[in-house]
Design a protein around this ligand. Structure first.
Ligand SMILES: *Cc1c(COP(=O)(O)O)cnc(C)c1O
Length: 379
């Protein structure tokens, strides 16, 4: 039984959410996928399913324990080696989810007196990592989206008042998950070098999609292997599940010893590792997948009069929450699984449709989607 005061509180909060039009519910997939992060169309590829089954047959369905206990199997090492090689770093550490990685690696690095600087539009998992660091006594500086001058000012101001031993971390999405725009990594690296700050980038939406070998935004922007902490996920373009941080051995050893999301969580299960390895192999050997996803996003942005961006995410700005929901429903009734994204996932007053493209889409799908969008937005 829920005690009465709890029932009372939960019910009034539910009513409040509904009045704001901000009620969330899980809706099953409907129609054509133009909203997931399955950019390469690998999620349902039979080769990934087969690799998962093979891994389960060899190593079992579950890991049974955390990595530091008995949960590690050869596929964990193999996947870490494959990711480090792909990302051009000396080492890699797997995490169970991107959320867990970001939320627990920041407080593993940044403590009392230290500082973490975070782009205002960073993913919620980075935001929560910053909150945990703040709870431990760190300074948290939020800089305006992509505003590197503002970041430089904040870094200098903080340094002037900080103890000499205090250290700074800068954290940013590589490709921003709700806008599809990208950070300027070479400029960020220069700035971080100047201020002796460590740079953490989140390549959740860039891994498998960008760069000559699909390694990510760092590769596209010619700083491959130069970013000290490259975090990414395996549940989006790679079609499997899980997350990783590519870095050097010193950082890996530190995170392995101090990141609570790594230490206190059961290791990724073998089937997930098998499918991730296969997903990475396909992402690298079938470049047509990323080329198609990116070309279709470019076509969509063109039709909507938006500037080019290196991503498969195309936001359609709406503004009001209820209007975004109405437009999403109208497009769903036409056969496109378009979803509305509302605050707090995006800033107040910036509800939008978040459309994504993937290798599973044909040119004709996108052309008819454009017609449907123009009609729905116009009417
Ligand atoms: C999806 C996402 C995450 C979280 O990754 P999960 O593995 O889904 O927990 C982290 N950062 C960004 C930018 C994301 O888009």
């Amino acid at each position: 039984m829920i005690p009465f005061p709890w029932r009372d509180r939960l019910q009034s909060e539910a009513i409040h959410r509904r009045t704001l039009g901000r009620d969330r519910a899980i809706h099953p997939a409907v129609g054509l996928d133009v909203c997931s992060n399955d950019y390469l169309g690998l999620r349902r590829d039979p080769r990934l399913a087969e690799a998962a089954a093979a891994a389960a047959r060899t190593y079992g369905a579950g890991a049974g324990a955390a990595r530091l206990l008995r949960g590690s199997c050869p596929l964990h090492d193999e996947l870490e080696a494959a990711l480090a090689q792909w990302k051009g770093t000396a080492a890699c550490l797997l995490f169970n989810t991107g959320y867990q990685a970001n939320a627990t690696l920041i407080p593993a690095l940044v403590g009392a007196d230290d500082a973490v600087f975070s782009d205002a539009l960073n993913h919620a998992s980075l935001v929560d990592g910053c909150r945990m660091a703040r709870a431990a006594g760190a300074h948290v500086g939020i800089y305006h989206h992509l505003d590197l001058q503002g970041l430089a000012l904040q870094l200098a101001r903080w340094r002037a008042g900080a103890p000499a031993t205090a250290l700074a971390l800068v954290a940013t999405d590589a490709v921003f998950s709700m806008d599809g725009d990208a950070a300027d990594l070479p400029a960020l690296l220069d700035l971080c070098e100047l201020h002796e700050a460590l740079l953490l980038i989140d390549e959740a939406h860039a891994t498998g999609l960008l760069g000559a070998d699909g390694a990510g935004l760092a590769q596209l922007q010619d700083v491959h292997g130069r970013v000290p902490l490259v975090m990414g996920t395996l549940g989006k373009a790679i079609g499997a599940f899980g997350a990783f941080v590519c870095c050097d051995t010193l950082l890996r050893d530190h995170l392995l010893n101090t990141s609570r999301g790594f230490i206190f969580s059961t290791a990724l299960p073998p089937p997930v590792l098998g499918s991730a390895l296969e997903g990475i192999r396909i992402a690298r050997t079938e470049p047509w997948r990323r080329e198609r996803a990116l070309a279709l996003a470019d076509r969509l942005r063109d039709a909507l009069g938006q500037p080019g961006q290196p991503s498969a995410i195309v936001p359609v700005p709406v503004g009001a929450d209820a209007e975004a929901v109405r437009l999403a429903e109208a497009l769903q009734s036409l056969g496109y699984d378009v979803r509305a994204v509302r605050p707090p996932t995006v800033p107040e007053g910036s509800a939008r449709l978040r459309i994504t493209t993937g290798a599973h889409l044909e040119d004709a799908h996108v052309e008819t989607l454009i017609q449907a969008l123009l009609k729905t937005l116009g009417g």
